[in-house]
Design a protein around this ligand. Sequence first.
Ligand code: 13P
Length: 255
Amino acid sequence: MNKKLRKAVIAGNWKMNKTPSEAKVLLEEMIPLVKDADCEVIACVPYVDICTAVDTVKGTNIKIGAENCHWEEKGAFTGEISTGMLKELGVEYVVLGHSERRQYFGETDETVNKRTKAVLKAGLKPIVCVGELLWERKCNITEEVVARQIKLDLFDVSAEEVKNVIIAYEPVWAIGTGVTATDDQAEEVCALIRETLAKIYGQEIADGITIQYGGSMNDGNAEALLSKENVDGGLIGGASLVAGKFAAIVSAASK
Ligand code: 13P
């Protein structure tokens, strides 16, 4: 019911794949395949691909996102990229707190929170990733883990600001493994995320927030996952690198 109030959002997370020239080829292939989408279509690409990507999708329904950014506006942070830099290039979305950044690059809920606030302040839209490890699921603490991440990552984000936040539920054990959460597992945690958001911001605001599922989502399983009440879209890794597969997921979300 409330699902109808929310626009479905399908975002590709290209991770560390595709050079600028390869990005152009992939996006040109995608453009005609997704042009009639009845959902938001986003490609989150490596920093160096952004200029080419923004240029390639100009005048189409594909939006461009980045895969991370720093929380300070400028300064002595060698190798980092600010929100202002991204904004000037035409980026609209930024993936934050991806499990690969948490696992390999020391990302914590505290730094995800700082980045989230910086992205919102710049007028960009964060896609904040949360999700449990396999052993956390086995220990039956998925609920606590995900609720804690939501509370910490969104600390001090106002009710007005949170309307521009997308949450991506990505169980870490399902990322790049070919193992997808079942529709019911995805729904259970996405519903719990909405409950947590409702406790912080009230039901009406929580009902308006898009919650994506991510983790081995593909052209074969997308329709079933997206049919769930609290699964409003997908954050797609591997399948977003193949135009036909990504377009099939976009079609599933457009139904
Ligand atoms: P896969 O779709 O390759 O499992 O990756 C999911 C993901 O991490 C998206 O952010």
